[in-house]
Design a protein around this ligand. Structure first.
Ligand code: ADP
Ligand code: ZN
Ligand code: ZN
Length: 732
């Protein structure tokens, strides 16, 4: 008999532990296999974490353990879900992020392979039936049969059954042993083929970058280059070198909307060796691609965040394009960041990691400045294109507006009209993270701030109050602006849909397209929309900041940021950084071809350093300035943050426990560790559960990390609660 320790899909912290099961069957089973088990009167899927052989009887074992041990119903897999490298990675992520192992496995695997009951309903392997030539002996065959036999022969002896057309003739060939049927695994995703293109000759800067990256001893390189400086060409050239060494490449993009462009680049260069992995593939397609990669049939994977878990072997290079984009961070358990996971995998394979960006995250840039990462710069745009003319519009001045619109300034309207008259194109951008959680004054632009932390307060509808998500400060939502007394307080964010409506109202004849990653059917929509806009079948494209990235729209001469402050108003110490990125992107988008472009930035804070410096595309000065702000406030990258959230159906339980934890940490007097909160998060009450959290700020994790591990262990004995730890959270 075998005794298995099995993890189950956990709903609460007390289930975050292995359960014992007996297996009397004969199937192969071991660590990393999924098993069907009885649990609380249901059949569920479990994941084996340890196994031992025993001669004792089940009764003896039950007596020893003191509880009843049930038997495994069936073993699901024929081999472990993950290979050794990925299994080790799963454990490393579990440790680093204080996350339940089962949540890490859920994040790593496609639906059909997840250790969850849902996987049983997931797609199965699909097959195509082929006709295989056994003998080309034509003697005794009718002319029709000979015709088909020759067709099969000319198709290299292997032809899709459904292409044979006449089943009766085919049956005769089978009966006379000329051909046979074979089943071949089918891949349901069709990756378009592209003509190979002549390889571009690298500029001197690009060549230097490639050499420098190949020659450095450091694992990670920050490749910083302004938009249009040709980073993609550097990725391709490096990939070529790595493939020549017989090693494989993992190419990550921050959003699925960017995969088609990147796939095209790689297909043109390395036709046939590319696989795609991202969340918008159908479960069947994803399953097929996953297995294709596992079988070692691909050399290059292009994909979004979760592609960092691709079962690719022998990795020589991992690239994160637009490394600063926050979608690399998963915002549910296990809250991993693709950058950190990439670095973990690189350590195993001794491979290189490239972080590419025009506006690196402060964390990454700071590490590059300290020499933790290698640093390479592409300072110039290819073709030395000039940056577009940039105009900042002050939204707090009534004179910026006409009666036509409250959202678009008169200047923006005039320039849009000009674009339409000249039959050129425009892009209107908005930060997709905009939502209606904050309050500003429509008259003077005042933002309600926390008096302790200096960050924007968040509006909570439930109790009509403004709250600070950092320190717990609370105030009644006032009805007038404390600065100017105006009663026009606005709590409505600008979504892309509202902008489209506004464009249609002002320019009823303009052809408007909307594109963002939040709409359903993303995959098809993106490609279609981009195509329509490229073909100049539309005049204005409205979308979130990432949409236009990677595409050259030569006819676009105007890029407008409708409301640049959304970033600034978000209750986060990252607000300035977000606003800076949005505007830099926008300015970089316009005027990529021969026509000179212009960018229009609408803002309530025209003199804010983030906006001023972004308009000039001055990253370096912004970096210095923002670093000094972070230093004063002791925020990352000068410190680390980890949030700890307690969830319970019983509000009192959640509140009491979180206070107890906060007090306990404080009483330990760890050096350079502070606790912010407890606070109720933005969504404090959901699915009949109450959420309470603390933020832990620390300079190094030596003391606090082991403390948290112990704490999570002890919390397993508590019923009624769940706990979620988020290391390096982004929503604060
Ligand atoms: P980035 O990713 O840095 O914003 P891209 O990789 O999109 O920049 O490159 C900008 C443009 O320059 C693209 O149209 C690309 O085809 C072109 N380009 C890049 N490198 C070269 C080169 N060595 N020679 C000619 N054109 C290039
Ligand atoms: Zn005001
Ligand atoms: Zn505060």
């Amino acid at each position: 008999m075998k005794l298995l320790e099995v993890l189950i899909e956990r709903k609460v912290q007390s289930l975050n532990r292995p359960f014992s099961y007996a297996y009397f069957g004969t199937k192969d089973v071991g660590v990393g296999f999924r098993v069907l088990i009885p649990f609380a009167n249901k059949k569920i899927v479990g994941y084996v974490v340890s196994i031992s052989e025993t001669n004792k009887s089940l009764e003896d074992i039950q007596k020893e353990l003191g509880f009843k041990v049930s038997s495994v119903i069936d073993v699901i897999d024929e081999k472990p879900l993950l290979n050794d490298e990925l299994m080790r990675l799963a454990n490393e992520i579990k440790d680093h992020y204080c996350a339940p192992l089962i949540s890490v496995l859920q994040a790593m695997l496609p639906t059909s392979l997840k250790p969850s009951s849902a996987s049983l309903k997931g797609p199965k392997i699909a097959y195509d039936t082929y006709v295989k030539l056994l003998s080309d002996d034509e003697s005794g065959l009718t002319p029709k049969q000979i015709e088909l036999l020759r067709r099969i022969k000319s198709a290299d002896g292997l032809m899709l059954k459904k292409d044979c057309k006449s089943p009766s003739i085919l049956d005769k060939l089978v009966a006379s042993n000329r051909v046979d049927f074979v089943k071949v695994e089918k891949t349901r995703l069709e990756i378009p083929e592209y003509k190979k293109e002549k390889v571009k000759i690298l500029t001197k800067d690009q060549q230097n970058a490639v050499n420098s990256i190949l020659n450095t001893d450091k694992t990670v390189t920050l490749l910083q280059g302004v938009t249009g400086s040709g980073k993609t060409e550097v990725y391709l050239s490096l990939s070529e070198q790595i493939l020549k060494q017989g090693r494989n490449v993992l190419m990550l993009v921050p959003e699925i909307s960017l995969t088609p462009v990147m796939v095209e680049y790689f297909q043109r260069r390395f036709s046939g060796n590319v696989a795609i992995l991202h969340s918008e593939l159908t479960p069947a397609e994803k399953y097929d691609e996953y297995r294709r990669i596992s079988r070692g049939e691909c050399k290059i994977i292009v994909g979004a965040r979760s592609a960092v878990f691709a079962p690719l072997d022998n990795i020589g290079l991992i690239i994160l394009d637009e490394e600063h984009v926050e979608s690399y961070k998963q915002d549910v358990l296990p809250y991993y960041h693709a950058r950190e996971v990439a670095i973990m995998r690189a350590a195993h394979f001794n491979s290189k990691v490239i972080l590419g960006s025009a506006t690196p995250s402060l964390e990454t840039k700071a590490r590059a400045m300290k020499g933790v990462y290698h640093y390479v710069n592409l300072p110039n745009r290819i073709n030395q294109q000039e940056l577009p003319k940039t105009t900042i519009i002050d939204l707090s001045k009534a004179s910026s507006f006409s009666r036509e619109s409250m959202m678009f300034s008169s200047y923006l309207i005039r320039e849009l009209q000009g674009v339409l008259d000249r039959k050129e194109q425009a892009i209107l951008l908005i930060n997709r993270r905009g939502y209606s959680g904050y309050i500003t004054c429509r008259n003077c632009g005042h933002i309600f701030m926390c008096p302790n932390c200096g960050i924007a307060l968040t509006y909570h509808k439930e109790d009509n109050m403004l709250k600070c998500h950092h320190c717990g400060y609370v105030e009644d939502k006032s009805d007038e602006c404390p600065e100017c007394g105006s009663k026009y307080l606005s709590k409505s964010g600008f979504g892309t849909e509202r902008i489209v409506d506004e464009v249609k109202k002002i320019f009823p004849n303009a052809r408007v397209l909307r594109l963002d990653s939040d709409v359903g059917e993303v995959r098809n929509n993106i490609q279609k929309t981009i195509e329509v806009f490229s073909n100049q079948e539309a005049d204005i494209l409205v979308g979130t900041q990432m949409i236009a990235k990677g595409h050259d729209f030569p006819n676009v001469t105007l890029v407008g940021v409708v409301l640049a402050d959304i970033g600034l108003s978000l209750p986060s110490f990252r607000s300035s950084e977000r606003a800076f990125e949005l505007i830099t992107q926008a300015v970089g988008r316009s005027g990529r071809a021969n026509k000179t472009g212009q960018a229009i930035i609408q803002t309530f804070n025209p003199y804010h350093y983030a906006i001023q410096l972004a308009a000039k595309q001055n990253y370096e000065t912004f970096f210095k300035k923002e670093m000094s702000v972070r230093k004063v406030q002791q925020y990352p990258p000068y410190t680390y943050l980890t949030s700890l959230e307690i969830i319970s159906k019983n509000e009192e339980v959640a509140v009491e426990l979180i206070h107890k934890i906060a007090e306990d940490i404080i009483s330990k007097e760890f050096e350079n560790v502070t606790v912010l909160g407890p606070v109720s998060p933005y969504i404090a009450h959901e699915n009949n559960s109450y959420h309470r959290l603390i933020l832990i700020k620390y300079k190094n994790s030596d003391k606090i990390k082991p403390y948290l591990d112990r704490l999570l262990e002890t919390l397993k004995s508590k019923s009624q609660i769940d706990v979620k730890v988020n290391v390096d959270p982004y929503n604060f």
